[in-house]
Design a protein. Structure first.
Ligand code: SIN
Ligand code: MN
Length: 266
């Protein structure tokens, strides 16, 4: 099973898992996320209006349910099999795309941020994405250009920007490091677009160099996706200066925690 997922990941830059979070586990995670959204703390990021919650960061560092989630053997084993060594949690975030006026995420590659801002030596990290709401074509799903993970970092004028700017520009709708529209149009001729849709609980994984984005959500359905980024233990950042809730300074291998009721067949 992990072999199939790894094969798809290696060739396409993403995979969708045959398991999903169980209803019980999903309910626990959603409850935690809803509680954290109402807290006043730096990990909670708002849209430009200053009141709509856009994202939560680093929840595995202070919330027990999220701390258990990142230790699910399926996630850790998938990351270890893809990265070929022990892994730790580099980033944890929840992107809440509000119904009706949910903001977009421009086309980008995650590794641009991790390499330029944090000095991550190689693209030897991977993202797990868990849909916490039902995600459809029309409520701003994550969309990826299959196979672009093999292109390395695509040169962009943005990449000359000096690191050390405001970390909020790495998590806003005006991202610091993007892939330009013209480049995306060219890439779109050779790389198939996939939308990572699926009911709440759907689990997928994607590569740090895959070109991806998500559109505005003008539908009446909120779209929430939780992302866990695992990094190879030997690939820790060389000059991380961003807040600890964005780049976890604890780089010791994550310990798996068997949670037999956490998953169910998709
Ligand atoms: C991301 O690319 O990091 C997030 C995109 C999204 O949640 O739509
Ligand atoms: Mn991204």
């Amino acid at each position: 099973m992990l072999i199939d997922a790894k094969q798809q990941y290696d060739s396409q830059g993403f995979c969708v898992m045959p398991q999903r979070l169980s209803d019980a586990m999903l309910a626990q995670v959603r409850e935690s996320i809803s509680e954290i959204s109402g807290m006043t703390r730096p990990e909670v990021v708002y849209e430009k209006d200053g009141k709509t919650v856009r994202a939560l960061h680093g929840c595995h560092r202070f919330d027990d349910v999220c701390a258990d989630l990142v230790r699910l053997p399926l996630f850790v084993e998938l990351a270890e099999s893809i990265l070929g060594e022990e892994v730790y949690v580099y980033q944890f975030k929840v992107n809440i795309k509000n119904a009706v006026d949910g903001e977009r995420w421009p086309w980008h590659q995650d590794y641009a941020f991790w390499s330029i801002e944090d000095g991550m030596p190689a693209d030897r990290a991977m993202n797990i994405a868990i849909n916490l709401d039902d995600v459809y074509d029309w409520n701003g799903p994550l969309q990826v250009l299959a196979g672009t993970h093999l292109l390395g970092l695509i040169p962009s004028p943005d990449h000359g920007a000096t690191s050390g700017g405001d970390w909020r520009d790495h998590v806003s709708a005006d991202l610091t490091y993007t892939v330009g529209d013209q480049e995306v149009e060219e890439l779109g001729k050779r790389h198939e677009l996939h939308r990572l849709t699926g009911p709440a609980g759907t689990i997928s994984a994607f590569h740090p160099n895959i070109v991806h984005s998500s559109a505005r959500n003008t539908s009446s359905d909120r779209r929430t996706i939780l992302y866990i980024t695992y990094n190879a233990v030997s690939n820790s950042p060389r000059h991380a200066h961003r807040p600890h809730f964005l780049v976890d300074p604890i780089t010791t291998a994550v310990r798996k925690l068997d949670q037999p009721l956490a998953l169910t067949p998709a």
